[in-house]
Design a binder for this molecule. Structure first.
Ligand code: PEP
Ligand code: MG
Length: 314
Protein backbone atom coordinates (compact mmCIF):
# COMPACT_ATOMS: atom_id res chain seq x y z
CA UNK A 1 0.00 0.00 0.00
CA UNK A 2 1.26 3.44 -0.80
CA UNK A 3 2.04 6.18 1.66
CA UNK A 4 -0.97 8.21 0.49
CA UNK A 5 -3.38 5.33 1.07
CA UNK A 6 -2.09 4.92 4.60
CA UNK A 7 -1.74 8.58 5.53
CA UNK A 8 -3.25 9.55 8.84
CA UNK A 9 -6.25 7.32 8.58
CA UNK A 10 -8.19 7.25 11.82
CA UNK A 11 -11.23 5.20 10.82
CA UNK A 12 -11.97 2.37 13.25
CA UNK A 13 -10.61 -1.00 12.18
CA UNK A 14 -13.04 -3.06 10.11
CA UNK A 15 -13.14 -5.58 7.28
CA UNK A 16 -14.47 -4.53 3.86
CA UNK A 17 -17.92 -5.76 4.87
CA UNK A 18 -17.90 -3.94 8.18
CA UNK A 19 -16.85 -6.50 10.79
CA UNK A 20 -15.24 -4.35 13.50
CA UNK A 21 -11.72 -5.28 14.59
CA UNK A 22 -10.29 -3.11 17.36
CA UNK A 23 -6.90 -1.69 16.31
CA UNK A 24 -4.92 -0.95 19.45
CA UNK A 25 -1.40 0.06 20.43
CA UNK A 26 1.21 -1.66 22.62
CA UNK A 27 2.88 0.76 25.05
CA UNK A 28 5.40 0.61 27.90
CA UNK A 29 5.24 4.05 29.55
CA UNK A 30 2.92 6.97 30.28
CA UNK A 31 4.95 8.97 27.74
CA UNK A 32 4.02 6.39 25.09
CA UNK A 33 0.38 6.94 26.01
CA UNK A 34 0.76 10.70 25.64
CA UNK A 35 2.12 10.15 22.13
CA UNK A 36 -0.65 7.70 21.36
CA UNK A 37 -1.53 8.19 17.72
CA UNK A 38 -5.05 9.23 16.84
CA UNK A 39 -5.35 6.12 14.71
CA UNK A 40 -5.13 3.82 17.75
CA UNK A 41 -8.51 2.93 19.17
CA UNK A 42 -6.80 2.54 22.52
CA UNK A 43 -4.09 0.57 24.26
CA UNK A 44 -4.29 -3.20 23.92
CA UNK A 45 -1.17 -3.90 25.97
CA UNK A 46 0.41 -1.64 28.57
CA UNK A 47 3.58 -3.49 29.59
CA UNK A 48 3.79 -2.21 33.19
CA UNK A 49 7.08 -3.94 33.96
CA UNK A 50 8.84 -0.99 32.32
CA UNK A 51 7.89 0.99 35.47
CA UNK A 52 9.67 -1.63 37.60
CA UNK A 53 12.92 -1.88 35.61
CA UNK A 54 16.29 -0.67 36.90
CA UNK A 55 15.12 -0.23 40.48
CA UNK A 56 16.13 -1.87 43.73
CA UNK A 57 12.55 -1.98 45.06
CA UNK A 58 9.07 -1.89 43.59
CA UNK A 59 7.46 1.53 43.00
CA UNK A 60 5.01 2.57 45.74
CA UNK A 61 1.26 2.34 45.36
CA UNK A 62 1.13 6.15 45.02
CA UNK A 63 3.74 6.25 42.28
CA UNK A 64 2.08 3.45 40.37
CA UNK A 65 -1.37 5.01 40.74
CA UNK A 66 -0.01 8.26 39.27
CA UNK A 67 1.48 6.48 36.27
CA UNK A 68 -1.66 4.46 35.60
CA UNK A 69 -3.82 7.57 35.96
CA UNK A 70 -1.56 9.40 33.49
CA UNK A 71 -2.05 6.61 30.96
CA UNK A 72 -5.82 6.59 31.47
CA UNK A 73 -6.02 10.36 31.06
CA UNK A 74 -3.91 10.25 27.91
CA UNK A 75 -6.16 7.57 26.44
CA UNK A 76 -9.03 10.01 26.91
CA UNK A 77 -11.88 7.53 27.10
CA UNK A 78 -10.35 4.99 24.74
CA UNK A 79 -9.85 1.40 25.87
CA UNK A 80 -6.76 0.66 27.97
CA UNK A 81 -5.66 -2.89 28.79
CA UNK A 82 -3.14 -2.88 31.63
CA UNK A 83 -0.99 -5.97 31.99
CA UNK A 84 0.18 -6.76 35.49
CA UNK A 85 3.85 -7.26 36.12
CA UNK A 86 5.47 -9.79 33.78
CA UNK A 87 8.84 -10.33 35.45
CA UNK A 88 11.23 -13.22 34.92
CA UNK A 89 12.90 -14.94 31.96
CA UNK A 90 13.38 -12.27 29.26
CA UNK A 91 12.25 -9.53 31.73
CA UNK A 92 14.37 -9.94 34.89
CA UNK A 93 13.75 -7.66 37.88
CA UNK A 94 16.24 -7.34 40.74
CA UNK A 95 13.69 -7.59 43.55
CA UNK A 96 11.29 -10.08 42.01
CA UNK A 97 13.06 -12.78 40.07
CA UNK A 98 14.53 -15.78 41.78
CA UNK A 99 18.33 -15.87 41.56
CA UNK A 100 18.97 -19.53 40.92
CA UNK A 101 16.51 -20.77 38.32
CA UNK A 102 18.02 -23.09 35.75
CA UNK A 103 15.14 -22.62 33.30
CA UNK A 104 13.77 -19.12 33.93
CA UNK A 105 11.39 -19.28 30.95
CA UNK A 106 9.76 -22.24 32.69
CA UNK A 107 10.14 -20.89 36.20
CA UNK A 108 8.56 -18.40 38.56
CA UNK A 109 7.68 -15.74 36.02
CA UNK A 110 4.66 -13.67 35.01
CA UNK A 111 1.57 -14.38 37.08
CA UNK A 112 3.43 -17.13 38.98
CA UNK A 113 5.31 -14.43 40.86
CA UNK A 114 2.20 -14.19 43.04
CA UNK A 115 3.39 -17.37 44.79
CA UNK A 116 6.56 -15.71 46.06
CA UNK A 117 5.42 -12.07 46.13
CA UNK A 118 1.64 -11.66 46.39
CA UNK A 119 2.20 -8.12 47.72
CA UNK A 120 3.67 -7.01 44.37
CA UNK A 121 0.49 -7.95 42.51
CA UNK A 122 -1.91 -6.68 45.15
CA UNK A 123 -0.11 -3.33 45.35
CA UNK A 124 -0.29 -3.04 41.60
CA UNK A 125 -3.99 -3.85 41.50
CA UNK A 126 -4.67 -1.43 44.36
CA UNK A 127 -2.83 1.29 42.41
CA UNK A 128 -4.92 0.55 39.34
CA UNK A 129 -8.09 0.71 41.44
CA UNK A 130 -6.99 4.13 42.73
CA UNK A 131 -6.22 5.35 39.21
CA UNK A 132 -9.65 4.17 38.14
CA UNK A 133 -11.31 6.09 40.96
CA UNK A 134 -9.20 9.22 40.33
CA UNK A 135 -9.90 9.38 36.59
CA UNK A 136 -13.35 7.86 36.24
CA UNK A 137 -11.94 5.68 33.47
CA UNK A 138 -12.58 1.92 33.34
CA UNK A 139 -9.29 0.15 32.64
CA UNK A 140 -9.19 -3.49 31.67
CA UNK A 141 -6.57 -5.55 33.47
CA UNK A 142 -4.92 -8.82 32.49
CA UNK A 143 -2.33 -11.17 33.93
CA UNK A 144 0.58 -12.60 31.92
CA UNK A 145 1.70 -16.24 31.71
CA UNK A 146 -1.45 -17.82 33.06
CA UNK A 147 -1.52 -21.59 32.48
CA UNK A 148 -4.65 -22.85 34.24
CA UNK A 149 -8.28 -21.87 34.90
CA UNK A 150 -7.52 -21.75 38.63
CA UNK A 151 -4.81 -19.14 38.09
CA UNK A 152 -7.31 -17.14 36.02
CA UNK A 153 -9.88 -17.42 38.80
CA UNK A 154 -7.41 -16.32 41.50
CA UNK A 155 -6.34 -13.35 39.43
CA UNK A 156 -9.93 -12.34 38.73
CA UNK A 157 -10.75 -12.50 42.44
CA UNK A 158 -7.79 -10.28 43.33
CA UNK A 159 -8.50 -7.77 40.55
CA UNK A 160 -12.20 -7.46 41.38
CA UNK A 161 -11.36 -7.04 45.08
CA UNK A 162 -9.23 -4.05 44.05
CA UNK A 163 -12.17 -2.52 42.20
CA UNK A 164 -11.17 -3.33 38.61
CA UNK A 165 -14.15 -4.90 36.94
CA UNK A 166 -13.05 -5.95 33.46
CA UNK A 167 -10.59 -8.76 34.04
CA UNK A 168 -8.78 -11.02 31.61
CA UNK A 169 -5.67 -13.09 31.17
CA UNK A 170 -3.11 -13.50 28.47
CA UNK A 171 -3.10 -16.74 26.55
CA UNK A 172 0.57 -17.34 25.89
CA UNK A 173 1.03 -20.78 27.43
CA UNK A 174 -0.20 -23.62 25.17
CA UNK A 175 -2.11 -25.21 28.08
CA UNK A 176 -4.25 -22.09 28.38
CA UNK A 177 -4.93 -22.08 24.64
CA UNK A 178 -5.94 -25.74 24.61
CA UNK A 179 -8.28 -25.18 27.57
CA UNK A 180 -9.37 -21.67 26.61
CA UNK A 181 -13.04 -22.40 27.29
CA UNK A 182 -12.26 -23.20 30.92
CA UNK A 183 -10.04 -20.14 31.22
CA UNK A 184 -12.67 -17.89 29.62
CA UNK A 185 -15.26 -19.18 32.06
CA UNK A 186 -13.30 -17.33 34.79
CA UNK A 187 -12.66 -14.00 33.09
CA UNK A 188 -14.19 -11.39 30.78
CA UNK A 189 -11.65 -11.57 27.94
CA UNK A 190 -8.36 -13.08 26.85
CA UNK A 191 -5.46 -11.68 24.84
CA UNK A 192 -3.12 -13.96 22.92
CA UNK A 193 0.55 -13.23 23.51
CA UNK A 194 1.82 -14.82 20.35
CA UNK A 195 5.49 -14.11 21.10
CA UNK A 196 5.46 -16.42 24.09
CA UNK A 197 2.80 -18.73 22.66
CA UNK A 198 5.11 -19.50 19.73
CA UNK A 199 8.10 -19.86 22.06
CA UNK A 200 6.32 -22.41 24.26
CA UNK A 201 4.51 -24.26 21.48
CA UNK A 202 7.73 -24.72 19.53
CA UNK A 203 10.00 -25.13 22.60
CA UNK A 204 12.20 -22.43 21.10
CA UNK A 205 13.80 -19.62 23.08
CA UNK A 206 12.37 -16.34 21.76
CA UNK A 207 15.77 -14.69 22.20
CA UNK A 208 17.64 -17.11 19.92
CA UNK A 209 17.71 -15.61 16.46
CA UNK A 210 19.25 -18.67 14.83
CA UNK A 211 16.06 -20.66 15.55
CA UNK A 212 13.79 -18.15 13.79
CA UNK A 213 12.47 -20.81 11.41
CA UNK A 214 10.98 -22.66 14.39
CA UNK A 215 9.92 -19.54 16.27
CA UNK A 216 7.50 -18.58 13.54
CA UNK A 217 3.86 -17.56 13.94
CA UNK A 218 3.12 -19.28 10.65
CA UNK A 219 3.94 -22.66 12.16
CA UNK A 220 0.65 -24.54 11.76
CA UNK A 221 0.87 -25.79 15.36
CA UNK A 222 0.92 -22.20 16.61
CA UNK A 223 -2.00 -21.28 14.36
CA UNK A 224 -3.91 -24.27 15.76
CA UNK A 225 -3.51 -22.85 19.27
CA UNK A 226 -4.80 -19.46 18.15
CA UNK A 227 -7.72 -21.16 16.42
CA UNK A 228 -8.60 -23.14 19.55
CA UNK A 229 -8.59 -19.97 21.65
CA UNK A 230 -10.67 -18.00 19.15
CA UNK A 231 -13.18 -20.85 18.94
CA UNK A 232 -13.65 -20.71 22.71
CA UNK A 233 -14.08 -16.94 22.48
CA UNK A 234 -16.81 -17.30 19.87
CA UNK A 235 -18.58 -19.96 21.91
CA UNK A 236 -18.59 -17.78 25.03
CA UNK A 237 -19.05 -14.49 23.11
CA UNK A 238 -16.08 -13.00 24.93
CA UNK A 239 -13.37 -10.89 23.29
CA UNK A 240 -10.19 -12.61 22.11
CA UNK A 241 -7.43 -10.16 21.24
CA UNK A 242 -3.89 -10.62 20.00
CA UNK A 243 -1.12 -8.44 21.42
CA UNK A 244 2.00 -10.28 20.19
CA UNK A 245 4.13 -8.91 17.37
CA UNK A 246 2.22 -11.05 14.86
CA UNK A 247 -0.78 -8.70 15.12
CA UNK A 248 1.24 -6.03 13.30
CA UNK A 249 1.90 -8.19 10.21
CA UNK A 250 -0.91 -7.31 7.75
CA UNK A 251 -1.07 -10.78 6.19
CA UNK A 252 -1.08 -12.51 9.58
CA UNK A 253 -3.68 -9.98 10.80
CA UNK A 254 -6.07 -11.24 8.09
CA UNK A 255 -5.47 -14.82 9.25
CA UNK A 256 -6.07 -13.86 12.89
CA UNK A 257 -9.33 -12.09 12.06
CA UNK A 258 -10.38 -15.07 9.94
CA UNK A 259 -9.74 -17.32 12.93
CA UNK A 260 -12.10 -15.17 15.02
CA UNK A 261 -9.81 -12.74 16.82
CA UNK A 262 -11.72 -9.56 17.75
CA UNK A 263 -8.92 -7.01 18.31
CA UNK A 264 -5.28 -6.55 17.35
CA UNK A 265 -2.74 -4.66 19.43
CA UNK A 266 0.62 -3.76 17.95
CA UNK A 267 3.50 -1.31 17.76
CA UNK A 268 1.77 1.97 16.78
CA UNK A 269 3.74 2.21 13.54
CA UNK A 270 2.12 -0.97 12.25
CA UNK A 271 -1.48 0.27 12.60
CA UNK A 272 -1.95 1.93 9.18
CA UNK A 273 -0.90 -1.07 7.11
CA UNK A 274 -3.04 -3.44 9.16
CA UNK A 275 -6.04 -1.11 8.93
CA UNK A 276 -5.60 -0.93 5.17
CA UNK A 277 -5.27 -4.72 4.78
CA UNK A 278 -8.47 -5.32 6.77
CA UNK A 279 -10.44 -2.80 4.76
CA UNK A 280 -9.49 -4.55 1.51
CA UNK A 281 -10.88 -7.95 2.56
CA UNK A 282 -14.23 -9.26 3.69
CA UNK A 283 -14.61 -11.41 6.78
CA UNK A 284 -15.38 -14.35 4.47
CA UNK A 285 -12.09 -13.85 2.64
CA UNK A 286 -10.26 -13.63 5.98
CA UNK A 287 -11.86 -16.94 6.95
CA UNK A 288 -10.76 -18.52 3.65
CA UNK A 289 -7.25 -17.17 4.18
CA UNK A 290 -7.21 -18.62 7.69
CA UNK A 291 -8.49 -22.00 6.48
CA UNK A 292 -5.79 -22.10 3.80
CA UNK A 293 -3.07 -21.34 6.36
CA UNK A 294 -4.40 -23.96 8.79
CA UNK A 295 -4.48 -26.59 6.04
CA UNK A 296 -0.75 -26.16 5.32
CA UNK A 297 1.90 -28.54 6.60
CA UNK A 298 4.75 -26.10 7.11
CA UNK A 299 5.19 -22.45 8.06
CA UNK A 300 6.37 -21.32 4.59
CA UNK A 301 3.46 -23.19 2.98
CA UNK A 302 0.99 -21.58 5.38
CA UNK A 303 2.26 -18.12 4.55
CA UNK A 304 2.30 -18.82 0.80
CA UNK A 305 -1.24 -20.21 0.93
CA UNK A 306 -2.46 -17.08 2.69
CA UNK A 307 -0.59 -14.75 0.35
CA UNK A 308 -2.10 -16.42 -2.71
CA UNK A 309 -5.62 -15.43 -1.61
CA UNK A 310 -5.17 -11.78 -0.70
CA UNK A 311 -4.99 -8.47 -2.49
CA UNK A 312 -1.41 -8.18 -3.83
CA UNK A 313 -1.12 -4.70 -2.29
CA UNK A 314 -1.16 -6.13 1.24
C1 PEP B 1 3.70 -11.95 24.01
O1 PEP B 1 4.27 -12.81 24.67
O2 PEP B 1 3.29 -12.13 22.84
C2 PEP B 1 3.41 -10.61 24.57
C3 PEP B 1 2.61 -9.76 23.98
O3 PEP B 1 4.04 -10.27 25.72
P1 PEP B 1 5.60 -9.99 25.85
O4 PEP B 1 6.16 -9.87 24.45
O5 PEP B 1 5.70 -8.74 26.65
O6 PEP B 1 6.08 -11.21 26.56
MG1 MG C 1 4.58 -12.66 26.77
Amino acid sequence: ATEAMLADDTAPGATADGRAVGLLANIGTAADAERLVASAEGVGLFRTEVLFLDRATAPSVEEQAETYAAVLRAADGRKVVVRTLDAGADKPLAFATLPDEENPALGVRGYRLVRAHPELLDTQLAALGRARAATGASPWVMAPMVATPDEARDFATRARAAGVDTVGVMVEVPAAALRAADVLAEVDFVSLGTNDLAQYAMATDRLRGELADLLDMWQPAVLDLVAATARAGRATRKPVGVCGESAGDPLMALVLVGLGVTSLSMAPGALPAVRYALRRHTLLTCEEVADAALAARTAPEARAAALALVDPEV
